[in-house]
Each structure stands twice: as structure tokens, then as C-alpha cells.
Design a protein around this ligand. Structure first.
Ligand SMILES: Nc1ncnc2c1ncn2[C@@H]1O[C@H](COP(=O)(O)OP(=O)(O)O)[C@@H](O)[C@H]1O
Ligand SMILES: N[C@@H](CCC(=O)OP(=O)(O)O)C(=O)O
Length: 371
């Protein structure tokens, strides 16, 4: 049975190629169809948030450029132009069903700052309570390559976790996941059901098919793995399949269904796991890495052999085993300068090194997510 049948709160993500009719211009008929389907979902008692790509692709078209520009400031200009087209189209077509839309542009920085994260969550939940469909995109105009989420499959998963949605539906230009990219492998076999997070899926999925899109199938598979941590199911399906959302919600099996595992991460730990970049890195000795992996213990300074990067207390840092593999991430109790002074120390030596008593752990287990 479709994983959407019992989902009450749903994030729907639509990709650039779909939204812009393969780069020919905003596909207003497709937008009209999705609005009609989402209106019907709402009548079925479901809450829907829409994550829409297409700002850059539409902007490129409106500006008369031949292809997606390489330079960041040109992409940002295109996004600002194209986003106008997106919101206008969504607002018009949802209004025809008596539904208001709200534009929400998010950045990675908004989602890692705890206060902004909680604010974004409250705002989105309030919009849903008011019966509004939030239309979400990355705020491309203000983010640079280094600090952006980068693709809307990942943004869709972050939003799913943020609002604790039950399901993420990724609509794209393929039926779903195949064992290899069907464009270049005619023998590829369709995958109807799998477990989100299964590493075999990552080996099947390739990159984006055209310069219009960013992610490809791999970001969709990784998005499913990310969304599964908060217990959400992911469905990858064709946005061109007639009535796809409504049929899924009624229980029909369409597309690839990726079920979450049964263990769900606590919301606060989820927020830590959804930091896409760590502010610094701690290298652990073999004993500390093992204790964290096997017993989920706190990280004490005595088990750390090196500190890389500059960070302040409370930032997210990555913990590496002696071979350099990430074993955990967590909120650090010390700045990088203080951490460098106490690594290798036993707890009773910390006070002497720093001149004052402080927390015994570098990262407390409650603030740590084991990979
Ligand atoms: N294993 C796979 N199964 C299906 N599609 C794949 C696979 N590997 C790569 N792809 C490609 O991913 C594309 C969809 O991703 P993308 O172009 O980023 O779309 P969107 O704009 O919807 O995010 C497909 O058109 C397909 O060519
Ligand atoms: N924020 C960008 C998203 C680009 C993107 O992720 O595209 P896609 O891989 O088609 O979902 C835009 O609106 O153009």
C-alpha cells in the first residue's frame, strides 16, 4: 500500500525540469494540475507544504540566456527574476481553489541557528493552521556556493524534518528510481519499494540529467535517508503522472516508495544531524571512537588527539576516528582554543589547564548524533 495513505502532513517537492517544462518556460498547466491535486488533498484532511525548484531555470529563460550561468552572482540574479514567476504562478492557481499561498525562502543558516530554526518551524506550522500552502525555495539570492543547501531534494528533507512531516513526495521527470540512470541504461530495472538509507540505493543513483536541475537521483536517495531519521517516508514519482498525488494519498502504489526504519531520532538530535557543515573536526583515539559508536558515550577530552578549525562553544563539530571517518557530530562545550588546551587531559586536569572548573565532556551524549 502507498506510504502516503496514512500521511497527514506532507511535503511535496517539484523539480526544475518539471516546473519549467524542460526549460521551455513555466509549465502553468502542470502547476495548475498540482494545485488542483493539493486542493483535493487538503479536502481529504491533509496538510501540504510545497518545495518548488525552478527559480534559476525560469530566470535564465526570462533573461534570454542560453544556459544556466556558471558564475554565482549571475545564478543569483536569475533566481531573483525566476522566483517572481514561480510565486505568481502558484498564487494564481491555488487562488482558483480558494487557497492562499505564502512564499518562504530559507537558507542553511536559518536552519542551523536554533532560534531561527524554531521560528521557521512555528511560522510554517502557523501557515498550515491557517489553511495556507507554503511555497518554499532556497533563498538563492543571498547564499554563496560555500554556504548553500544547494539542491531542493535536500531542502525538502530538511523541511520535512523541520515540520515533522509524515512523508516527502519528490516529483521528478522519471517514474522513480531505477537500478541505473534509465537515460543511459535502457536495461535499468524499476525499483518500486526499498528501505530508505539502504546503501545499495546510493550505488544505483546518478547525478542530474540536464543543466536545468541541480541534484539528480542521488540527492533524492540521500534526502530519503535524511527524512527517514525523523520517521518520514519518501516517495519518488513522476510529476507528469495524472493525478499522482491524490492517487498516492488514496493508497495506490505509484513511483518508488522508500520506507523509514523504525528508530526515529529525537527532534533536537535531528536538528544537530541536519547541520550540513561542521564548524570544526576532532580526531578521536580508537578507544573513544569505539565507545561512542558502540555505547553512545559522551566524548571526554582524554580521548581526543587533534582539533581542527576555529569554532566557538555550542557550534556543531565533527568527530573522526583515527582513520578520518566521521563517527559522530555534536554541539561542543568548548571553543577550539580551549579544546586545544585540554585534549588528552583527564577530567581532573581540566581546571588546572583552563584556570576554572568546567564541563567534564567536550561533547555530551545528549548533544551528539552518532553517524
Ligand atoms: N538510478 C536512477 N534512476 C532514475 N533516474 C536517475 C537515476 N540516476 C540518475 N537519474 C537521473 O536523475 C534525473 C532526475 O533528477 P533531476 O534532473 O535533478 O530532476 P529534478 O529537477 O526533478 O530534481 C532523471 O531524469 C535521470 O536522468
Ligand atoms: N533553488 C534552486 C533549486 C535548484 C534545484 O535544486 O533544482 P532541482 O534539482 O531541479 O530540484 C532553484 O529554484 O532554481
Amino acid at each position: 500500500m502507498s506510504l502516503l495513505k496514512s500521511a497527514r502532513r506532507i511535503v511535496v517537492k517539484v523539480g526544475s525540469a518539471l516546473v519549467t517544462n524542460d526549460g521551455r518556460g513555466l509549465d502553468v498547466e502542470a502547476i495548475e494540475r498540482w494545485a488542483t491535486q493539493i486542493a483535493e488533498l487538503r479536502q481529504m484532511g491533509r496538510e501540504v507544504l510545497l518545495v518548488s525548484s525552478g527559480a534559476v531555470a525560469e530566470g535564465v529563460l526570462r533573461l534570454g540566456w542560453a544556459e544556466r550561468p556558471k558564475r554565482v552572482f549571475e545564478q543569483q540574479a536569475a533566481a531573483a527574476v525566476g522566483q517572481m514567476g514561480l510565486v505568481e504562478a502558484y498564487e494564481t492557481h491555488f487562488r482558483a481553489h480558494g487557497i492562499m499561498t505564502a512564499q518562504v525562502l530559507l537558507t542553511h543558516a536559518n536552519l542551523v541557528d536554533r532560534e531561527q530554526y524554531l521560528n521557521a518551524r512555528m511560522t510554517l506550522v502557523e501557515l498550515l493552521r491557517l489553511g495556507i500552502v507554503p511555497v518554499i525555495n532556497e533563498n538563492d539570492t543571498v547564499v554563496t556556493n560555500e554556504i548553500k543547501v544547494g539542491d531542493n531534494d535536500t531542502l525538502g528533507a530538511l523541511v520535512t524534518n523541520l515540520v515533522e512531516a509524515d512523508a516527502l513526495v519528490i516529483l521528478t521527470d522519471q517514474r522513480g528510481l531505477y537500478t541505473a540512470d534509465p537515460r543511459s541504461n535502457p536495461d535499468a530495472v524499476f525499483v518500486a519499494e526499498a528501505k530508505a538509507g539502504d546503501p545499495a540505493l546510493e550505488r544505483m543513483a546518478g547525478g542530474a540529467a540536464s543543466s536545468l536541475s541541480k541534484g539528480g537521483m542521488i540527492t533524492k536517495i540521500l534526502a530519503a535517508k535524511r527524512a527517514a531519521r525523523s520517521g518520514a517516508a519518501t516517495i519518488i514519482a513522476s510529476g507528469r503522472e495524472p493525478d499522482v498525488l491524490v492517487r498516492l494519498a488514496k493508497g495506490e502504489l505509484i513511483g518508488t516508495h522508500l520506507a523509514p526504519s523504525t528508530s526515529v531520532m529525537h527532534a533536537r538530535k535531528q536538528w544537530i544531524a541536519d547541520h550540513l557543515r561542521a564548524a570544526g573536526r576532532l580526531t578521536l583515539d580508537a578507544g573513544a571512537a569505539k565507545a561512542i559508536l558502540e555505547r553512545q558515550t559522551s566524548l571526554l577530552p582524554v580521548g581526543v588527539t587533534a582539533v581542527e578549525g576555529e569554532f566557538v562553544k555550542g557550534e556543531v563539530v565533527s568527530c573522526l576516528d583515527p582513520e578520518g571517518n566521521e563517527v559522530a557530530r555534536g554541539l561542543v562545550n568548548y571553543s577550539s582554543a580551549d579544546a586545544r588546551r585540554i585534549i588528552g587531559c583527564h577530567t581532573e586536569e581540566i581546571e588546572a589547564r583552563l584556570g576554572m572548573p568546567d564541563r567534564p565532556e567536550l561533547i555530551h551524549r545528549d548533544n551528539m548524533v552518532v553517524r
